[in-house]
Design a protein around this ligand. Structure first.
Ligand code: HPA
Length: 274
């Protein structure tokens, strides 16, 4: 389906002597997680055909290959957002390349607004399911029956249980819930937030969902974690801004790094096929 991916994967293989098993996508302010990569080899997206050209402050635009807790990983620092281009397929090729390189599993992270007053800024939320409020698909225009992707258990249940377990062991409070994807780049209105709450959402954000959809098409096992940077629009007196998101993202990034590192450690111990 994504034929160009093989070529970019071959190019990466020539430059990096590592076969990544797990891919991680880092959201706004989560660059610190990249510091956990041992013996990192960094490739700029601009040198990788098919990789995005992120335009958001706090999104680096590099692919880092190395090990975390002994596990070979590919870390994507920076992602394409739907709101940058009006296209939801900006990550399709990059994810196909990661699959081609050997990744069987994808872990997505993002910054999100909370729909729950009891889960405030600085908290982490494991995504259990999503609602596609943007109403578009990264699979628009693809042909063939594979495009009719089943999204039941899109967020790997076994991985979710393992991550909850790890958080418990670390004593890290971890919420679990439904992520509602809004198109951005504007924040939501208070009325939209009330609607998302009524529909069963727990957090809102502008990313991740298209990546989950294409990853499931590719057959990758998917997990996703949100770092709550704010209460959603209308829920608090604090005005929303990207700067505000970044401030809270940086504060909670250390918890995210701890959780991810400890989880990857369990995958490393589970054997060669994480
Ligand atoms: N809404 C959408 N995206 C976000 C938010 C929000 O409140 N916070 C961080 N990313």
């Amino acid at each position: 389906m994504f034929e160009e991916a093989a070529e970019t994967a071959a190019m990466i293989r020539r430059q990096a002597g590592i076969v990544p098993k797990v891919a991680l996508v880092l959201g706004s302010g989560l660059g610190a997680v990249a510091d956990a990569v041992e013996a990192p080899q960094t490739l700029a997206y601009r040198d990788l055909p098919g990789f995005p050209r992120p335009s958001v402050a706090g999104h680096g635009g590099s692919l880092i290959l190395g090990r975390i807790a002994g596990l070979p990983v590919a870390v994507l620092q920076g992602r394409a957002h739907y709101y940058e281009s009006g296209r939801a397929d900006g990550m399709n090729l990059a994810l196909a390349v990661l699959k081609e390189l050997g990744c069987a599993r994808l872990i997505l992270t993002n910054a999100a607004g909370s729909l729950r007053a009891d889960v405030g800024p600085g908290r982490l939320m494991l995504i259990r399911d999503h609602i596609n409020f943007a109403g578009v698909s990264p699979l628009f225009g693809l042909a063939g029956n594979a495009r009719f992707v089943d999204l039941v258990d899109a967020y790997d249940p076994a991985a979710r249980a393992a991550i909850v377990d790890v958080a418990g062991r670390l004593g890290l409070p971890l919420a679990e819930g439904v992520y509602v994807w809004f198109c951005g780049p504007h924040f939501e209105t208070p009325a939209e937030i009330r609607a998302a709450q009524v529909l069963g959402g727990d957090a809102v954000g502008m990313s991740t969902v298209p990546e989950v959809i294409v990853a499931r098409l590719l057959g990758l096992k998917v997990s996703a974690l949100s770092m709550i940077t704010n209460l959603a629009a209308g829920m608090s007196a604090e005005p929303l801004s990207h700067d505000h998101t970044m401030q809270h993202a940086t504060a909670a990034a250390a918890d995210m790094a701890r959780l991810l590192t400890a989880y990857l450690e369990t995958l490393a111990h589970d054997g060669p096929e994480p």
